[in-house]
Ligand binder design. Structure first.
Ligand SMILES: CC(C)(COP(=O)(O)OP(=O)(O)OC[C@H]1O[C@@H](n2cnc3c(N)ncnc32)[C@H](O)[C@@H]1OP(=O)(O)O)[C@@H](O)C(=O)NCCC(=O)NCCS
Length: 143
């Protein structure tokens, strides 16, 4: 298992991974845009020629890093890998003067506990933010 930068060649594998591991649907092309804007912050977990995890984000003009997706295949969770991916992304963002990390998470997601553990606080609620009507919680942390 290695953590590597995302490459265009990973795109089909990434789409398969996301189908199996997250509820939201993304257009394939979005990932090429995310990669072009900030390739250093687009990380994948490779294992047996498959993608088993991903973390990507965007640098906002207001010194904020926005985490767009962080997800691991079930068998790779709760081993410290999510924390590692997030910290690697944050580390990459420091070159851009980032001072704050922000993200949205489903109100019904266990991931809220993960982010709290990493010192994120809930700062806002986005009513009916997700396709199925679930509220979004905005979480942030100062770095
Ligand atoms: C959220 C996710 C990326 C976390 O990654 P992970 O590798 O499982 O988390 P880690 O092992 O790095 O955990 C870091 C800390 O958070 C805690 N934590 C992680 N998941 C947790 C959970 N579901 N409940 C309670 N605590 C949790 C861990 O106990 C750990 O604490 P510690 O440092 O004191 O040991 C992963 O669970 C996942 O892919 N979930 C499905 C996709 C998803 O929901 N993504 C987020 C959408 S915004």
């Amino acid at each position: 298992m290695i953590i590597d930068k995302f490459s265009e060649l990973d795109l089909d594998n990434l789409m398969d991974f996301l189908d199996d591991n997250i509820t939201e649907n993304y257009e394939k092309g979005v990932f090429l845009t995310i990669m072009k804007r900030w390739p250093e912050g687009f990380l994948v977990v490779r294992s047996n020629n498959k993608i088993s995890g991903v973390a990507c984000g965007a640098i906002q003009p207001n010194s904020k890093l926005r985490v767009l997706i962080i997800a691991l295949a079930t068998e790779f969770r709760r081993k410290g890998l999510g924390k590692k991916l997030l910290n690697m992304m944050i580390e990459e963002s420091l070159d851009y003067g980032v001072r704050k990390v922000t993200l949205e998470v489903r109100k019904d997601s266990q991931a809220i506990l993960f982010y709290r553990k990493l010192n994120f606080s809930s700062v806002d609620v986005l009513p009916c933010y997700y396709q199925d009507g679930c509220d979004g919680i905005v979480m942030e942390k100062q770095i």
